[in-house]
Design a protein around this ligand. Sequence first.
Ligand code: SF4
Ligand code: SF4
Length: 428
Amino acid sequence: MADYRDMWNGLGIDLETHDKLCDALPVLFGETFLDQKDRPAAMDYFNMVIAEVHGLRIKELLAHKERGGTVVGSFCIYVPEEIVLALDGLLVGLCAGSQFWVPAGETLLPRNLCALVKAGMGARISRTCPYFQSVDLIVGENTCDGKKKAWDILADEAPLYVMDMPNKKSPAGFALFRQEMEALVRRLEELTGKTLTAENLLKGCERVDRKRRALDRLYALRKADPLPLSGRDALLVSQIAFYDDPERFIAQTEALATECEERVARGQGVFPKGTPRLLVTGTPIVVPNWKFHAIAETSNLAVVVEENCTGTRYFEQKVSLPEKKDLASLLDSLAHRYFDGIHCACFSPNEGRLDDIVRLAREYGADGVVHLSLSFCTTYQIEEEKLRRRLAAEGIPFLSLETDYTPGDEGQLKTRVEAFGESLRRHR
Ligand code: SF4
Ligand code: SF4
């Protein structure tokens, strides 16, 4: 990696602590990804993105700001990227997936909170994440209790705007979401000095739509047996979608999809045909959290699809453009895509998510479903009971796992995953 120390210094990064993070990541990445056999050659690009995760992309974000653009950070897929792009902004995902940041987060937050919120807070206050240091504004959302209470504290540390979120999929809930989207537009217009118009919003919708369709195309190839690329690699691509340059990401994902199509046509796979297949659902799995996928795929199981916010929930639903393309109608369509189409456990009831899991398990030929929840994420953990009952009624094997970002439970997780794999083999 090139020398970015001056750039990091300029961002106020704590260089000494940041060096420790930079030392740890290549080792973890090498063990998780580079040791895999027969990876598609197009994964080289995604390897490069991770190698440059705090370098090249940050340089690009800063260049964008120098040209008068803005950088907006978010923690949730309810924040519409279309609007940010329309106002000449770039949206970057700030969810932090490393234990490295958790202790710093715990200096301000209770320990019994999910690792994702603690790591996000820790990344900001320890000044060791150049994304947090580069953003002009962070958009938080009142989804779960942990996030909504943490925002009050983060607001003292960083420029923060909070979207209120409904808890119920009802007309009143939609009206609140639509209104909150309007309020976000006003805040972003104030930040950027630009005005949202039907024209720039249409362009934003078109760019995000192409990104979603590229991911659609890639994921569809995961329905094949044998699998043309591992679950780890597919997860990596999805994680990178949250902060990479959209156009470059689309081109590289399409190139990977083309290579995977050729593999499918030849019957070439990364695991033997007939390897038991898993659908993973639950809390988001953000960079560099690759723990579960690595455990499963080194236990002779294949992860074929993720029903979560770093998986299908991110890209499956598209914006249905209205006939009348005025700004209000476009915003209505956009609001429907997010509100109706994303089934987060912050909504109750949340039958749409259960329906999605059953449908995806069938579409991807999953032999079993793994509910993977971060410790202390009560919203997903409570919803799990509804999922357990639904999957039992559908005859789909189910495994519940709870974990965090520490490596301490890897042995125990592996034992449980292997036992589940054995039961799936017998179940066939
Ligand atoms: S799980 Fe819910 S709160 Fe978390 S990123 Fe997804 S939609 Fe947002
Ligand atoms: S993982 Fe659960 S507790 Fe953590 S931020 Fe997401 S919804 Fe909230």
